[in-house]
Every structure is written in structure tokens, then in C-alpha cells.
Write a protein that binds this ligand. Structure first.
Ligand SMILES: [Zn+2]
Length: 867
């Protein structure tokens, strides 16, 4: 046996032991029957089907597709109904079921609802004191492969389900008596399906282990992501996706004590389990959480030692951003555990440790699911007590805190405010209508348009995680973003209320189910014109629906006052005007359409009967610019940042009902571009793109929208004249010892923070914003100098732009007084450069208007203002 053939699981230490190596290798060849995986101390009920009987291959022989995975889970539930109950949590974008197995002893199943109700009382300090923890089962949620191309977890769930359903004897009976298991076989069904198809279609009968083989190199965008190319492991807090919302309902229905999150890492690594880097734990997470994580880690170590697997802890991974599956539980009285298995990516691949085989990766995930359950059983009372204490302590902290409540609301954008309310309710947060007007932090909050979140409630910790700004950090290296203050992300006015400014009398009715505002036509049918303002979230969708129906619409580039609905009313910059006489539809048909559009988009449309205004420009003025319907393409494919492109696809498709062609970079050079008036480019490598063709298209009148690194690309390739500020790289040298170099490099990375830009509200790109600023999210090192023409920098950063998050002093100096958004006229066209990410993870609703303005109003920006 050649050295290189040694299976990774023998570990490098054993390589020289040829005899032992060959014994293990023989076992590896037969690895695909269940004996390779299952502990030998159990016998199994033959009435429960083994995976192969349902999915038609051994575990690890092929990558299980999501369909087969679900089939097996159904078969398990059917064969062992006294232990296993299958629930369907919902469906993905591609209509795959999200199934959840509830596994516990037959006795527990008989009183499952009672167990659940008692269990969730641990999270309620008002009731938890009287509970008897001695007899309560612990609840463990086991979750897999939220990144679809990290499949060992999902494949291991076949084994976990089989073992828990079929094992017999005292040991399993005791486990199932003490533990209620929520087994989620696949956090990301659409991604798993995509990846399994790729890996399987490239499998050779004679396994090819060369890492350069196509099997190990998925085509763009890969199976990591969900349908819209999002990383679902960032969505536990913002809940943008239906999958996350479905899953979270079950999380809170059961409030597990432990949640496991089974991932994969680079192929040359070993196995990671938490705790992660101690200095990178979110300060809102209590120290006890990490103690319990460490106590559980002893079980993972012992179980992995037993099968000879190498592992590491306390490095690389952190517990900071609560949108991750292994961190979200930490702010909910539970313990989240991240597992990271070195990925075979396909079926077997050469690595630094020899050949890494898919079954080996599956076995480590299965073994750590078992170690989690064993640890949960052994530490049951400690975990249950911790859940109770977490909420008791949180309430005590809330009562002692300076901030007594948070007030928020945007009278101009009721829909966006309602979407924020929905999020808070989904996160189990109590919210009340504001009962009396209050002024705080420079904002006036009025009854009817504002809400209040008292701090003293069960979810106090999570409220802090949502509302806090963060400016102090123990570490300067981050695995993910450093701040996500959600009212800033939504762009909704908010303020903290202290004992001096808060009284319980500010609380009105509690908010239950949140519905979006009722859209109406104020003033009924018009024979002259309809108007609607641009500040409501779905106003752009309303405009697009009208344009789709062939309606000619104009936009007001000046504010004006006119009589609407019987009284004088001011209409702001960006008001949309639909003159009745210019349409092909008659007045009745138009009214019918406008009513539907108002209702579907939750906006108020005003009927007016005259073009003569009280002040400002009349409706027939040249200041009312005719709008053309966007016809859009976005460049996608290899080299393009899939996350950024996916955010735009999701925004346009799911939120705004607007089609966007996905134009492959490889196809760009041969397609006719004149069918598009708008092209979108996000950060990416566009080296093969025909730059002259792109520039000619802009010169002929196209609107090119660039975000993040694409701003640099366009400047580098002579499409714009934008220039950039750069860090003096010389300063880096010899600051830290070699062994600490990662800290220097890591700190310089722009992990993501929130900055406030000053905006010119009269500029078309700022229409719909109601304040002189907008909060933007930056996670790149693109720092453009302002254009010389002052009207071509509608969003700029001032001297103190940082709102929340971490940035090094060097980077901050570069950001201060730089441009956030620039417009450059190129021939008859416009290039709109947005240096930040206005659509960050689709929860940055405060950037939506900027992006939609670029799409709808880019063409009406005065060319002279941008040269
Ligand atoms: Zn992962």
C-alpha cells in the first residue's frame, strides 16, 4: 500500500504503521455498509428500514439527493411511529419540503405537547420558578448542511435518524427518555439538491481523487447558497427567507437547549467543534454559555478520540454575529454548536492528510451528533437550569438597564415600518403601539405611526442584539460582519428611552399579527391625473406595474403643493404623476388599474382634478420628467460575487416583481445590448468582458449601475474617471511578530460596518429619503474620491460617518469625506457608482430606495450635473 493511499481517518501519526494502515484500508473499502458508521454496542430493530432500502444506495456511496433524504425520513417515521414523528415546517422557493423529525421515547411521545408546554416555560421568568427540572427532558435540535455543498451533515442525518429509530436496548431507551430530539436533515434543501446532482454526475466508478478533477469544482454559483444565492447561515436574525422563518417558528415552538450546526471546511483541515476563539464571542452572550459549550466539547473530544479522528477548537471560528445558526441560540437561552468537517467535496479527494473519503466525513458528523446527545443527557439538568437562569438574569439586567424602551416608526414609509414590526414579532419580541407622542434623539414619534419595545421582557437580550450600536471590541479580527443594528439597516427613525423619557403609559395596544398598510385611491376617479409619493417601500413596484400595463408616468423633479382629496398637500421630490389624458386606457380603465396597483403595493394614490398647483411647478412643467420602463440585465457567472448578484435578483424578483436577465459574462460579448436600457454589475472579475462594447452601449444612452468593487473595475477600464484613495501599504511592515500576522491582516479587512452618508434630497438618486442622511453598509475597501462636479456626488461621507461597527484607524481615514455614490455622464448615458452594498443580505431595506432610484431615475439625471 502506497503512503498516499492511507485513508485520512487513520491520521498522519499512524502512517508509518504499515500493518495497521492496511487493516484500516481494507475496512475503508467496505466502508459503505452501516457497520462502518454504527457503534457496535447496539442491536437494531429489523422492522426499521436501513437507508439503502429506501434511497437505493449505501450512505456515502453517492451523495443523497434531497428527495431521497425526505423519502427516507418519511419511511423512518412510518416504521417507528412510537419514537418518530415527522413534521413539515414549510417549503423552500423550489417547493421542497422542510421536514423535521421529532424523536423521543414512546412515553414522551404520548405526552409530547405537555412536555413542550412545560419546556417553553423555562424561558418565562414569571413561570419558570415552579418547574421541576429533575424530571424534564432536554431538547436538542440537530441541524445539517445549511451550506448545501457541505453535505456530510445531511448525509449523516440518515444514520442519526436510523440509529435513533432502530437501536434497541437500555442505553437508547434511557437516552430517548431524557432527550427530545428535533432532527432537521437539511437546513438548505435547494442547495443540497444542486450540489448532490453535481457531485453524483461526476462520480467515476473508479474513484478519481485528483483535486483538479471537475467533480471538486462546482460551476457558479455552487450549492452553498439557497435558490437566490444567499448564505442561509447569515439569516437566523434578519429572517429574509421563507425557509428561515419556517424553521424559526419551530425553534421557538420548542426552544431547544442545544442546537448543532453541521458544516464543512477546507479539504486539508481536520474537524472543528466549538468553543471557538474566546475573544470573539459576542459580549451579549453570557460567560456561562461558553462554559457549557466547553463541557459539551469534552464529549465530542472523547467520541472522536475513540475513532482516531483529529480535531481542533478555540481557533478560526467565532460566536459574534447572531445571524449564524451556531450563534443565534446563544442569545436565546440555548447553546449553539458549530461543527466543521474537512470536506471531501466529492466522493474521495487527495489532501494533505492522504485521501479524504466522503464516508469518513459523514462518520465524523454522525459521531458528533451522538456525542452531543450523550453530553445533553449527562448535562441535562445543567442545560435546563441554564435556560431558566438565562431568562431570569436577562430580566434582572433589563430592570437595571439605563435604556427602558426603544421607540421607532417612519410615518413616511408605513410599509417598511410594518416589515420591521413583522420581524420583531417573528423574533418573539413584544411590541406596543405608541400611546402618546414623544420626542427623542431629534425625532418626533407620533401616535399611529410609532411603536415601542419595552426592555423589560423575556427577549431583552435579543432586543439588545437588534437595537444596539457597537463601537467597542475585544478583538479586531472577525469571521463575519461587526455590526447589524437593524433600525439603521431598515432606515427607520428610532430612539432609546431612559427612565427620564419612558413611562409605561407610552404603551398602547400590543401588536399581534402585523398586516401591511391598506392601499387606497384618495379622491376616487380622476379625469385629470393621479399622484403618488415615492417614500413608501413598494412605490417602485407600483410604478413598474403601471409601466408594464403601458401607462405613461412622470416623476416630479421639484416639490410642489396642490389640492388633493379636498385639501392642500405638499408632494415631495420623486412624486409619480399619471396624467389621465396621455394614456391609451380610458378614465374608467385607468381608475380600475390604479386602484389595484394601490392595493397591491400598499400605497396611497391621490386623484387631482387640475394641473394648476398652489406652489411649485405645474403638472405640465418640464420639471415633471417622463420615465421609461427599465429593461434590465445583470452580469452573472464565474468570477462574479454570487452573494451580491443574488441580493439584487432577490430584491427585483421577490420584492419588486421586476424581471432581470441574468447575462453570463461569457455571453456578454456576443449578445445584442440594445434591448437593455439598464445594466447592473456587482463586484467580480470581468477580465474577459469587451470593454469597448460596454462603453459604447453607455455612450448610446445606457444606464450602468455599479456596486462595490465593480466601481473600481469600471474606473480601471476607462469607463468612468472615478479615482480612489489607497492605504499606504509600506506602513504594514514589522508591527507584529510573524506568528501574529493574521491579526494585522484580519484587522485591515473591512468585515462590515455601518456608516452614515449625507445626502442631497433633491437629487434623483435620493428621492424617497426623508432625512438629510442615509445609513449604508460597507464591507469592502472601495474609497472613491468625490467627483469634481459637486452635483455628481449625491451621497457623501463626512468627518464622522461611523454609526456602528469596527473599522481600523487607517481605513477610517480613507472613508472620511469620500464619496458613497457618484454619477458620471458618459456620452448620452450615465454610470452610477455605488461604492457600498445598498442591498446587503436583503435586510438593508434602507438602501433599497437608492438602488431603485438608480434603476428608474438614472436616465433623467441631468448630464451637465455629472460631467
Ligand atoms: Zn458552512
Amino acid at each position: 500500500m502506497r503512503k498516499g493511499d492511507s485513508p485520512k481517518r487513520t491520521g498522519i501519526l499512524l502512517r508509518s504503521l504499515v500493518l495497521l494502515c492496511s487493516v484500516l484500508f481494507v475496512r475503508e473499502l467496505t466502508a459503505q455498509d452501516l457497520s462502518y458508521y454504527l457503534p457496535d454496542s447496539f442491536s437494531y430493530n429489523p422492522a426499521v428500514p436501513k437507508p439503502k432500502e429506501v434511497i437505493h444506495h449505501e450512505v456515502g456511496e453517492w451523495h443523497v439527493t434531497h428527495d431521497r433524504l425526505v423519502n427516507y425520513m418519511k419511511a423512518i417515521a412510518a416504521a417507528a411511529p412510537d419514537r418518530v414523528k415527522l413534521e413539515t415546517m414549510g417549503f423552500t422557493y423550489e417547493s421542497r419540503p422542510q421536514v423535521l423529525l421529532i424523536i423521543t421515547s414512546p412515553q414522551n411521545h404520548q405526552r409530547l405537547e405537555q412536555i413542550r408546554q412545560e419546556h417553553v416555560q423555562l424561558s418565562d421568568p414569571a413561570r419558570s420558578g415552579s418547574l421541576n427540572i429533575d424530571r424534564m427532558p432536554i431538547v436538542v435540535y440537530i441541524g445539517h448542511s445549511i451550506h448545501g455543498n457541505e453535505p456530510s451533515g445531511a448525509n449523516a442525518s440518515l444514520l442519526t435518524a436510523y440509529h435513533l429509530a432502530a437501536a434497541t436496548g437500555k442505553q437508547i431507551d434511557e437516552l430517548l427518555n431524557d432527550v427530545v430530539i428535533l432532527l432537521d436533515p437539511a437546513f438548505n434543501p435547494d442547495g443540497l439538491q444542486r450540489f448532490s446532482t453535481w457531485a453524483n454526475q461526476h462520480k467515476s466508478k473508479t474513484l478519481v481523487t485528483d483535486p483538479d478533477s471537475r467533480e471538486f469544482h462546482e460551476v457558479w454559483p455552487g450549492g452553498r447558497y439557497n435558490h437566490y444565492w444567499f448564505d442561509l447561515n447569515r439569516d437566523w436574525l434578519p429572517l429574509v427567507h421563507v425557509k428561515s422563518r419556517n424553521r424559526l417558528q419551530w425553534f421557538h415552538r420548542w426552544k431547544p437547549n442545544i442546537l448543532t450546526d453541521h458544516h464543512e471546511q477546507g479539504s486539508n483541515a481536520t474537524f472543528f467543534f466549538q468553543p471557538g476563539v474566546p475573544s470573539r464571542v459576542n459580549p451579549l452572550t453570557p460567560a456561562k454559555n461558553q462554559e457549557l459549550t466547553a463541557a459539551l466539547a469534552k464529549f465530542h473530544a472523547a467520541f472522536l478520540d475513540r475513532i482516531g479522528s483529529l480535531y481542533f477548537t478555540k481557533e478560526n471560528y467565532d460566536d459574534f454575529y447572531y445571524g449564524k445558526g451556531s450563534t443565534y441560540p446563544d442569545i436565546n437561552g440555548a447553546i449553539g454548536i458549530l461543527f466543521e468537517q474537512a470536506s471531501s467535496r466529492g466522493h474521495a479527494q487527495q489532501t494533505a492528510h492522504g485521501i479524504l473519503r466522503f464516508p469518513f466525513t459523514i462518520r465524523n458528523q454522525f459521531v458528533t451528533a451522538l456525542s452531543t446527545l450523550e453530553g445533553a443527557k449527562a448535562l441535562r439538568k445543567e442545560f435546563l437550569a441554564w435556560q431558566r437562569d438565562f431568562y431570569k438574569n436577562a430580566m434582572a439586567e433589563a430592570n437595571a438597564a439605563t435604556v427602558k424602551a426603544y421607540v421607532f416608526g417612519d410615518a413616511h414609509d408605513k410599509t417598511k415600518t410594518a416589515l420591521f414590526l413583522q420581524l420583531l414579532r417573528q423574533q418573539q419580541i413584544e411590541v406596543y403601539a405608541l400611546n402618546n407622542a414623544v420626542t427623542a434623539d431629534g425625532y418626533r414619534f407620533e401616535k399611529g405611526n410609532a411603536w415601542v419595545v419595552p426592555a423589560a421582557q423575556t427577549q431583552y437580550k435579543l432586543i439588545r442584539a437588534i437595537f444596539d450600536k457597537t463601537l467597542q471590541y475585544k478583538d479586531s479580527v472577525f469571521y463575519d460582519i461587526t455590526s447589524w443594528t437593524l433600525p439603521l439597516a431598515y432606515g427607520i427613525p428610532y430612539a432609546e428611552l431612559t427612565a427620564a423619557s419612558y413611562s409605561p403609559s407610552l404603551r398602547g395596544e400590543p401588536v399581534g399579527d402585523v398586516t401591511l398598510p391598506q392601499g387606497t385611491v384618495n379622491g376616487g376617479k380622476s379625469g385629470y391625473a393621479y399622484l403618488f409619493e415615492w417614500d413608501e417601500y413598494f412605490a417602485p413596484r407600483a410604478l413598474y406595474e403601471l409601466q408594464q400595463a403601458g401607462i405613461l408616468a412622470k416623476v416630479a423633479t421639484n416639490a410642489f403643493e396642490t389640492t388633493a382629496g379636498g385639501s392642500a398637500r405638499r408632494f415631495d421630490y420623486g412624486t409619480i404623476i399619471i396624467p389621465v389624458s396621455l394614456q391609451e386606457k380610458n378614465a374608467d380603465e385607468l381608475y380600475e388599474l390604479v386602484q389595484q396597483v394601490a392595493q397591491r403595493n400598499h400605497i396611497t394614490v391621490y386623484a387631482v382634478s387640475s394641473g394648476s398647483v398652489l406652489s411649485g411647478s405645474d403638472l405640465g412643467s418640464g420639471k415633471m420628467a417622463v420615465l421609461s420602463k427599465p429593461s434590465m440585465a445583470m452580469l452573472v457567472g464565474t468570477g462574479v460575487n454570487a452573494l451580491d448578484a443574488g441580493e439584487i435578483w432577490f430584491l427585483l424578483d421577490q420584492r419588486f416583481g421586476m424581471p432581470v436577465t441574468h447575462l453570463e459574462t461569457g455571453a456578454f460579448n456576443r449578445v445584442k445590448l440594445d434591448k437593455y436600457n439598464t445594466l447592473i454589475m456587482v463586484g467580480g472579475n470581468y477580465s474577459e468582458l469587451d470593454k469597448d462594447k460596454l462603453k459604447n452601449w453607455v455612450q448610446a444612452g445606457g444606464t450602468l449601475i455599479l456596486t462595490e468593487e465593480a466601481v473600481q473595475w469600471a474606473a480601471r477600464n476607462g469607463i468612468t474617471g472615478v479615482t480612489f484613495r489607497k492605504r499606504n501599504e509600506q506602513q504594514q511592515a514589522s508591527v507584529l511578530p510573524y506568528a501574529e500576522r493574521e491579526f494585522f491582516q484580519g484587522a485591515q479587512r473591512m468585515s462590515g460596518a455601518i456608516f452614515r452618508a449625507q445626502i442631497d434630497r433633491t437629487h434623483p438618486l435620493a428621492y424617497g429619503y426623508n432625512y438629510a442622511f442615509a445609513d449604508l453598509f460597507k464591507s469592502n475597501a472601495v474609497f472613491p474620491e468625490k467627483n469634481k462636479n459637486p452635483w455628481s456626488n449625491p451621497f457623501v461621507y463626512g468627518d464622522k460617518p461611523l454609526q456602528s461597527g469596527y473599522i481600523t484607524g487607517e481605513n477610517y481615514e480613507l472613508l472620511k469625506n469620500s464619496a458613497a455614490v457618484l454619477v458620471n455622464a458618459v456620452g448620452a448615458g450615465r454610470v452610477i457608482s455605488i461604492a457600498d452594498n445598498p442591498n446587503f443580505r436583503a435586510f438593508w431595506l434602507g438602501g433599497t430606495k437608492l438602488f431603485m432610484n438608480a434603476i428608474f431615475f438614472g436616465r433623467i439625471i441631468d448630464a451637465a450635473s455629472a460631467r
